[in-house]
Each structure stands twice: as structure tokens, then as C-alpha cells.
Design a protein around this ligand. Sequence first.
Ligand code: SF4
Length: 164
Amino acid sequence: MRYNKIRKMDISNGPGVRVSLFFQGCHFHCKGCFNSDTWDFNGGKEFNDDTINHILELCNNDVISGLSILGGEPLHPNNITGTLKLCKSFKEKYPDKTIWLWSGYLFEEYIKDKEIINYLDVLVDGRFEIDKYDSTLKYKGSSNQRVIDVKKTLKNHKIIIFND
Ligand code: SF4
């Protein structure tokens, strides 16, 4: 599996200052996608244990409130194993910091039964739809996407939207 880039201090993807990882490879090919350079599964750089350790080291800073995982598609079958390993390692080391993840898959169709869901704090789900694009939306690009509070959703057995 491969990744596109790491941002060491990102203030655009989630609350506070965060470390962001952009995976490489997405099969959804949404019209108007802002990250089409992440579509090619053969592009970017190799994602391995060194990458995970590097990300964990970047997060070892009180200024960093959490980890944001974007794409590409972090939950594509090619990428989900590495995403899960990263999330597990992150939560072991930083139980009080949050993980936000953006996926083109929907919570109900694919994600809710995957082990990864237990490690996420917030999931922004759904494909980007250009006719629903709204630049004023927070944490998402089109109005069909949802910013889901994962912990509350699992507890209540229904989708609870993140409220900050
Ligand atoms: S799912 Fe995300 S990364 Fe993939 S094409 Fe759609 S907007 Fe782009």
C-alpha cells in the first residue's frame, strides 16, 4: 500500500492542529475531486512500519490534538490493513488524542462492521458530489457527506452527527 503525503501541522482537516496522512489510491473517481492526484494506486510512496513510526513521532507534541486520515481512499481493501495498524498504534500511544477519517464509503454499507470503526472518533463519509458542493460546509465538501460522531453512533445504534 502507498500514501500520497503527510502534513505535519494541519489546521484544515478537523479541529485543532493535527497531523494528516493522505493515502494513495481511490477507485471512486468522484467528479470534481480535489485530490485526484491520489487516485493512482501505484503513485505516491510506500507505506510501511517506518511511516507509522514517523507519524507517531510527529504526534508526540502537546500542540497536536489528533490524527486525520484522508485520501485517496483509506478504507479501500488495498489500504485498510495499513490504516487499521496505524489507528491501533496511535490509540495505544495517544488514547486522549482523536482520529478523524474521511471515506467515500458509507457507514452503513461498508464501514460499520469493520474493526477499524472501534478506533475512529469521527468519520466523514460519502463520495463528493459536485452538484451538492458548498464551500461553507465544515469538514466536508458536499452536503450529502456526513460528519459522524462514531463513539456516540455506536453507543446509540443510530447515526449521530458530530457537534462542535
Ligand atoms: S472518494 Fe474522495 S478521494 Fe476518492 S474520488 Fe471521491 S472525493 Fe476523491
